[in-house]
Design a protein. Structure first.
Length: 219
């Protein structure tokens, strides 16, 4: 029987971490869920009796907390087949420039962007021990400049300045990192789980086509 592959999935509030974990568990992955605050509480209950699923509480803005996660990964697993950077925070809907609180903007960049850079740096040696290592960065159409210019896009009128710019930065980073990884066996991908026909206000839906696209990346 094929050896279990190991996936690290991050979650900080978008509600997708558990859904991604379920899909991975169905396809012979051992899943480590690194989750923050309320996400940790809910996922810890959800995975309490699930074999091959471990939930670790992480503060994605804390180097000390990320180092503790690193210790667990290196001490107990020794390799990584998939890094799924799904953790994100969203706030500041509709804020104008005079309403922006820079500390809030910095916090969103810390979770949505800088934590991804740290996690890729941290796990790269573990990914290199896999036969087919992959990184998936969960992005959003709100970080796609062309989509946000399109008035038919369901989120084009949203003014989530901090969130949208942090996702735009993530998109560019993924492109640049793919270029760096091209000569290696590590592949890195952007994945947007929300497509236009599933656009709903603040609800999370993984349609069948989205699930299929995700499965194509992980199988």
């Amino acid at each position: 029987m094929e050896e279990n592959r190991i996936a690290l999935v991050t979650e900080a509030g978008n509600g997708l971490g558990g859904m991604f974990a379920d899909l991975l568990l169905e396809h012979n992955y051992k899943v480590i869920l690194a989750a923050a605050k309320k996400s940790y509480q809910s996922l810890a209950k959800q995975c309490e009796e699930v074999e091959d699923c471990k939930v670790i509480e992480v503060d994605f803005t804390s180097n000390e907390s990320l180092c503790r996660l690193k210790h667990v990964l290196y001490s107990y697993y020794g390799k990584l087949d998939l890094l799924l950077n799904n953790a994100e925070v969203v706030n500041g809907f509709g804020q104008k420039i005079n309403q922006l609180v820079l500390e809030d903007v910095k916090y969103q960049f810390d979770v949505n962007f800088f934590a991804v850079l740290k996690l890729v740096q941290m796990t790269k040696p573990l990914l290199e021990k896999s036969n087919n290592p992959k990184i998936i960065n969960v992005t959003s159409g709100l970080g796609d400049i062309n989509k946000m210019k399109d008035k038919t896009f369901c989120y084009s009128d949203y003014s989530l300045t901090a969130y949208a710019t942090s996702k735009a930065a993530l998109n560019m980073y993924t492109v640049l990192q793919a270029r760096e990884f091209k000569p290696t066996k590590i592949s890195i991908h952007s994945f947007d789980p929300v497509v236009r026909k599933y656009c709903t206000y603040n609800s999370v839906i993984l349609g069948e086509d989205v699930r299929n696209a995700f499965m194509e990346l992980i199988v």
